[in-house]
Design a protein around this ligand. Structure first.
Ligand code: BGC
Length: 867
């Protein structure tokens, strides 16, 4: 018996909205819904709207399948649909059509110059945002209109008084001297017959504004901001008009008198030239824009979604600070800004300050270092309430202090607007322990707070840089929580470009020379290898590995060169096991684990990944060479750091976690001895965490690898400081940078690294997904699932769900009265290997559909627990 599989509309590359894409031959993916269990695709057929059809192709592939037709030309739009045939003989109907449209694919498509406000208007960096405008005519009925736009600086565009799109801080931050992303907007509906006006507000943003710690730098990419815009109008009669940024644009200052990513925004509403972006406005007093040269080959289409306003939060409490100040608590630490609704006399100024935590009841501003995070709105004095939200800044905050509010403050008039990369949430986790659930929520919020276009370290202080080490350790958790392959593909392109320029992988990307040099550092530079590898495992995108391969090999070759003949990376600068809880507050790099041990372990790991990548890509000679290198580094590691019986020269949680997880030990005896020692060490620390950035993602896995599940759970559920749950007991709503960013007495750690929103230590979420709930990839893209939950810690249930490229997967267990029930959902065209938590461990192979298993199970934690 057969039933029809239902195919969802295909997707293109990793795009959510494939308008203005940069890939002329976008790969296609589709998911299938099928009622029958064990459904496998036998064949597919793709049809394109230009009549191209593949005919029936005997293949089980449904993920990133090559584009079957002629390449798209610039601006070209095409539809695609798919139908599939099951191995069981089932045949589905055609999927709905999906449409894709290319952007401007060739540099020569760009006619736009860079319209720059004249020097007379330009302020100091982080000064006023400037207005640019131009009138134009629409001379016939319009069939379609596209705006291709980007800037040197950050911009907001308007057409006839309406804001175009909903991007925040466009064009985001990339390594602008290598890649500048433009956006494509469908503006057909914003045009009207006759006179029209296009306008833009332009701020300094990352291009020219202050960036970085220790005072930072300005004018990093240039000292002139500019708009690059090309509006292409296609009329119903087939003729076209193009309006570009050129000398016909006129400029003036506007209401934004200062805009800084770190310091905040000042807006004087009295200075808004009413109707400035609409036809009929008199711009005679405005100054003509300068037209500057720009480099069209640098302009690229985005590979992921932009930053948007994703959610708004209302205050949960109104507090009064020690000096009588009004402080709003939004109940959640976020990245974003406030939106206010205010009425009062013209010229009156409201001041808004932001902080992540309170200290002594007042805003704790020290963690912000040199970021003022202060917004000011000066009222126009309208008869109606005025609404305002800053547009060219971003803050990391939970609390906001509102000063000089005219009249009584109604908390409903202030909202927190949460802004971040608008990624699709795909993974969930839930269990019976509310503290672990809150920890998981905190990880998700820290990902949201730090995916502000690029993966950053923190959203609040004078930093917000794309620190490579942070995303390296967090990538597996990130790839489960959100579909972040598109955004990280862009960031990796920057990494490759910076690496090619600098001859090494800098510690943060985009690189800004705030430090004396971009010195290579283990675990940070290793992001060049590990992030693409993790994305390949999770998304199945082999093309990404192919693209990153030169960067991956260059990194491993560079490190091999640094180690000299003995394969030990024991010289030069290292961050090491950054923020080891035993490191003094003012010396975050002073970890207990030897830097050379960390660096050499990572070298062995990334050499092995590159060997595996080479094999996948068919570079056989490379595969053999890197496998040999990985072996040699592993042997050097053992010689230098491991005693024959399996103890490590460095007796720390991180050292054992690295040796065990990265398979650096020789045989079961060494592993068994190392495992026992790790258990002893964790017990000697009273089951409190003893790892920094490097050991934290590995420690629980290391314990489970040696069968010490109870120790892993004791660590995971520990509430005393340092531990994952200590911040939760302190009311944290995001992951902190330090285990003790806030001390038990409620004061902020006296050290410098005291962000309350850093995702690195939240890497443990990956363990919650893979091991506590038991949902892991066994083959790239989750074509095969590994469902192997390790119940423990007194939990009575845990579950995870994931929208895999094949459809929804689930793993969840629940136990009562000595029995455990495991429920597994496998999407069509995928398979799973299931292990029940029972001895002896036996693999059970299942196909798509829902499966329920039961077994006897006792949690040792139950016995220890007083009833
Ligand atoms: C950042 C980190 C980063 C580190 C490098 C810090 O200032 O916030 O998260 O990885 O420097 O050690």
């Amino acid at each position: 018996m057969t039933s029809s599989p239902h195919v969802h509309a295909p997707t293109f590359e990793h795009h959510l909205h494939p308008l203005g894409i940069g890939e002329p031959a976008p790969r296609l993916s589709w998911a299938v819904t099928a009622d029958l269990p064990g459904w496998r695709q036998q064949a597919y057929e793709i049809e394109l709207s230009d009549g191209t059809t593949t005919g029936r192709v005997e293949s089980g592939e449904s993920l990133l399948v090559p584009w079957p037709g002629a390449e798209l030309g610039s601006r070209e739009r095409r539809g695609a649909r798919v139908r599939v045939y099951g191995a069981d003989g089932s045949a589905g109907d055609w999927s709905p059509w999906s449409h894709v449209e290319a952007g401007l694919l060739r540099p020569s498509d760009w006619q736009a110059g860079a319209a720059a406000p004249p020097l007379d208007l330009l302020g100091v960096p982080d000064g006023p945002a400037l207005l640019l405008r131009r009138d134009f005519a629409v001379r016939a009925p319009v069939e379609r209109a596209r705006l291709y736009v980007t800037a040197h600086g950050t911009y907001e565009v308007e057409l006839n008084g309406r804001v175009v799109g909903d991007d925040v801080l466009a064009p985001g931050w990339s390594s602008y001297h290598h890649r500048l992303r433009y956006r494509t907007h469908d503006v057909t509906d914003l045009l009207r017959a006759g006179g029209n006006t296009i306008g833009a507000t332009l701020a300094d943003g990352w291009y020219r504004g202050r960036l970085g710690f220790m005072g930072g730098k300005t004018d990093i990419y240039g000292d002139r901001t500019a708009l690059i815009a090309q509006l292409e109008i296609t009329y119903a009669d087939g003729t076209t008009d193009t309006v570009v940024t050129d000398g016909a644009w006129r400029c003036a200052s506007g209401p934004v008198t200062a805009a800084s990513l770190y310091d905040g925004e000042r807006h004087d509403a009295r200075l808004l030239p009413r109707g400035w972006s609409q036809p009929g406005f008199d711009d005679a007093s405005w100054l003509p824009a300068d037209v500057l040269r720009h480099d069209p080959p640098l302009l690229v289409a985005p590979t992921g979604p932009p930053v948007r306003r994703v959610e708004t939060l209302s205050p949960v409490e109104v507090l009064t600070g020690p000096s009588g100040e009004t402080i709003l608590d939004f109940g959640q630490n976020v990245s974003g800004r406030l939106r206010i609704r205010v009425q009062g006399p013209a010229g009156h100024t409201v001041t808004l300050r932001h902080a992540e935590v309170l200290e002594g009841g007042a805003l704790a501003l020290r963690p912000l270092r040199h970021a003022a995070a202060l917004d000011q709105y000066t009222l126009r004095g309208d008869a109606e309430p005025e609404e305002w939200e800053p547009r060219f800044t971003m803050h990391g905050f939970r609390y906001a202090q509102v000063d000089d509010w005219p009249g009584e403050l109604d908390p409903a008039d202030v909202q927190a607007v949460v802004c971040h990369t608008d990624m699709r949430p795909i993974g969930t986790f839930d269990c019976s322990d509310p503290l672990l659930n809150r920890l998981h929520d905190n990880v998700r919020w820290s990902m949201r707070g730090n995916f502000v276009d690029l993966p950053t370290d923190c959203p609040q202080r004078d930093e917000r840089l794309g620190w490579t080490g942070d995303i390296q350790v967090f990538a597996p958790a990130a790839a489960f929580l959100y579909d972040c392959t598109g955004p990280l593909t862009s960031w990796l392109a920057d990494l490759s470009a910076e690496q090619a320029e600098l001859g090494t992988v800098p510690p943060y990307v985009p690189w800004v020379s705030l430090m004396s040099s971009a010195a290579p550092a283990a675990a940070w530079g290793d992001a060049a290898v590990i992030v693409p590898w993790v994305l390949y495992q999770r998304s199945g995108d082999l093309g990404l590995l192919r693209t990153q391969y030169p960067s991956m090999t260059a990194w491993v070759d560079e490190v091999a060169g640094l180690t000299g003949g003995n394969h030990l990376w024991d010289e030069g600068f290292q961050f090491g096991d950054w923020l080891d809880p035993a490191a003094p507050p003012d010396k975050p790099g002073k970890a207990r684990t030897d830097h050379a041990l960390v660096a050499t372990a990572y070298h062995a790991w990334t050499a092995r990944i590159v060997a595996d990548t080479a094999a996948l890509l068919g570079h056989d000679a490379d595969a053999a060479r890197y496998a040999e290198l990985a072996e040699a580094v592993g042997a050097a590691f053992r010689r230098e750091f491991v005693t024959p019986s399996g103890r490590l020269a460095c007796d720390t949680q991180t050292a054992y976690a690295l040796a065990l997880c990265l398979d650096l030990l020789d045989g079961p005896e060494q592993r068994e001895r190392a495992g026992r020692r790790l258990v002893e060490l964790v017990a000697a620390d009273d089951h409190r965490i003893g790892t920094g950035f490097v050991g934290t993602p590995l420690i629980c896995d290391a314990l489970c690898l040696v069968g010490a599940y109870d120790t892993a759970y004791a660590l995971l559920t520990q509430r005393n400081c340092p531990s994952w749950l200590y911040p939760v007991t302190m009311g944290a709503t995001t992951i902190w940078e330090r285990w003790d960013s806030m001390l038990p007495d409620g004061t902020v750690n006296p050290g410098e690294m005291t962000s309350f929103n850093h995702y690195a230590l939240g890497a443990v979420a990956d363990f919650l997904h893979r091991t506590v709930a038991g949902l892991a990839p066994a083959a790239p893209g989750y074509r095969e699932l590994l469902v192997r939950p390790c119940p423990g810690g007194g939990l009575s249930r845990a579950s995870a769900t994931l929208e895999t490229p094949f459809g929804r997967a689930e793993a969840g267990w629940e136990r009562a009265g000595g029995r455990l029930e495991l429920r597994v959902v496998v999407p069509p065209n995928a398979t799973a290997t299931v292990y029940l938590p029972a001895e002896p461990a036996r693999p059970i192979a299942v196909g798509s559909g829902e499966h329920v298993f039961t077994c006897a199970f006792r949690d040792p934690a139950d016995e220890e627990r007083p009833s």
